[in-house]
Design a binder for this molecule. Sequence first.
Ligand code: SF4
Ligand code: SF4
Length: 93
Amino acid sequence: MVKGKFPGDPLPLTKIEVDTDSHLKIQEDQRCHRCLNKPCTSVCPAQVFEWEEKHIRVNYPRCVECGACRLICPEANILMEYPRGGMGLAYRY
Ligand code: SF4
Ligand code: SF4
């Protein structure tokens, strides 16, 4: 079982086949620079996005494919596709 990283972490309830390529991409770092609250870092239930001084780090293997980041980004800066067939998320329960 995957160990949780924080209280409420959904990953222990999942099985994720990690693809070699990320299904999540930040289009332009500049848009993140002018984004004041960086809501992707707080809304994602799996804490995929982290601000690292000059850019958003995307820890895509943790993604539980909820789609919230696409809706919440005020700059429409997150490209999200679903992983290829057989890859990505499966729920254990
Ligand atoms: S919400 Fe969008 S624009 Fe803001 S920091 Fe995250 S990816 Fe960048
Ligand atoms: S789809 Fe959901 S879990 Fe995946 S990065 Fe976006 S908000 Fe996080």
